[in-house]
Each structure stands twice: as structure tokens, then as C-alpha cells.
Design a protein around this ligand. Structure first.
Ligand code: COA
Length: 177
């Protein structure tokens, strides 16, 4: 695709059924493999995708982000989501589309009264949205990952206190990757 990306024509909106194939292709292209594209399909099929947004410019799908349900080791009264995967068309990266997707996804999560969002990703990218090291708040991932790559963004007053000392888990679809 030769994308003549024009920022003025960029819209971020909820994903629709008609987007599914384009979103699959986008994830496949951005990651250079099928795993993340298939993960998106599974999360959607199993209805654990709480937020799924597409970035569209001139009717081309140029970005996608998904937030899906996460769980804690104990049953506690917080609603948490994991940000993954996120993809921007290789022709359109480094133009702020990813950032717009993250900001909009956070806004959607707030409107759904979500308490916190977790992400496993680049420690240089996500702090600008307010994500902090989860380890710093004594929250552990089920995966053995470097401390600074597993991050949390609190959206409610006492979410981090409630989550402190807990292990948080992605939906089972992630471990089937
Ligand atoms: C990560 C991604 C979604 C960012 O989208 P984007 O539209 O380019 O993002 P923005 O323009 O808002 O910001 C660009 C930032 O991406 C970050 N980034 C992208 N690739 C990165 C990498 N491999 N390592 C570290 N940071 C990276 C940088 O911090 C960059 O910031 P800079 O402008 O200070 O250099 C996009 O690069 C992508 O689709 N990559 C392939 C798939 C992927 O890795 N997804 C994320 C994991 S789920």
C-alpha cells in the first residue's frame, strides 16, 4: 500500500465487523508475522476485547489498538485491562498515530470505569501517557519480563493500592500465542 497519509484526514473510531480483515492484515504487516493478528481475532471471538479502535485515513486502515480483560491472582474489586496489541501501518509510523490510539483507548477505558490499564512494551514509549513501572507499585506480571517493560496506568484513586502485592494475568488467549 502506498499510503499518502494526511493527518487532517485521520479518524479514530470503534472497530466494526467490516474492519476485521483489514485489521488482521495490518497487524500481520506491522509485526511481520501472524501471531498478533490471530490473537486479535481470538480476543474478539471470545468477547474479552473491551476496547478495539481503528485509525483510518482516506478510507485506509492505518492503525489498530486493543484493550482486553485482565485478571488478578485473588478476586478483588478492580477492573483492569491490558493494552495489546497495537499496530500502525509501516508506511505511517512515527507520525503520532500510535499516540492518538493510546490516548483514545485510555479515554474509552475511563468512560467504562476501568480502574487500571497494564502494558508490556517499550519503556521509552508508554511513560508519556502516564504509565509507570508496575514493579514500583509492587504489582507483578505472570510473565518473567524485565521490570521496566511491564507498566501500569491507574485510572482510579485507589487502584494501585488494591493491586499492590498481586500478580496480574492477561486473558488465556495470550498464553495460547
Ligand atoms: C509501536 C507502534 C504502534 C508505534 O506507532 P507510531 O504511530 O509509530 O507511534 P508514534 O508516532 O505515536 O510514536 C513513535 C514512537 O514509537 C516508539 N517506538 C516504535 N518502535 C519502537 C521500538 N522498536 N523500540 C522502542 N520504541 C519504539 C518510539 O518511542 C517513538 O518515539 P519517538 O517519536 O520519540 O522516536 C508502531 O511502531 C508499530 O506498529 N510497531 C510494530 C508493532 C509493535 O511493535 N507494536 C507494539 C507492541 S504491542
Amino acid at each position: 500500500m502506498q499510503t499518502k497519509f494526511n493527518e487532517a484526514n485521520l479518524t479514530i473510531r470503534d472497530e466494526l465487523e467490516q474492519d476485521y480483515q483489514k485489521v488482521f492484515n495490518l497487524n500481520q504487516m506491522a509485526f511481520g508475522q501472524n501471531s498478533e493478528a490471530e490473537l486479535v481475532d481470538k480476543l474478539r471471538q471470545n468477547k474479552v476485547n473491551t476496547v478495539s479502535l481503528v485509525a483510518e485515513a482516506d478510507k485506509e486502515t492505518v492503525g489498530h489498538i486493543m484493550l482486553s480483560e485482565m485478571h488478578t491472582s485473588d478476586s478483588i474489586s478492580v477492573k483492569i485491562l491490558g493494552l495489546a496489541p497495537m499496530a500502525v501501518h509501516p508506511d505511517c509510523q512515527q507520525k503520532g498515530i500510535g499516540s492518538k490510539l493510546v490516548y483514545e483507548a485510555i479515554s474509552r477505558a475511563k468512560s467504562k470505569s476501568i480502574d487500571a490499564i497494564f502494558v508490556l512494551g517499550y519503556p521509552t514509549y508508554y511513560p508519556k501517557f502516564g504509565f509507570q513501572s508496575a514493579k514500583q507499585h509492587n504489582i507483578v506480571s505472570e510473565y518473567d519480563v524485565p521490570d521496566d517493560t511491564f507498566m501500569v496506568l491507574s485510572l482510579s484513586n485507589n487502584a494501585l493500592e488494591i493491586l499492590s502485592g498481586k500478580t496480574v494475568r492477561y486473558s488465556k488467549e495470550f498464553s495460547e500465542l
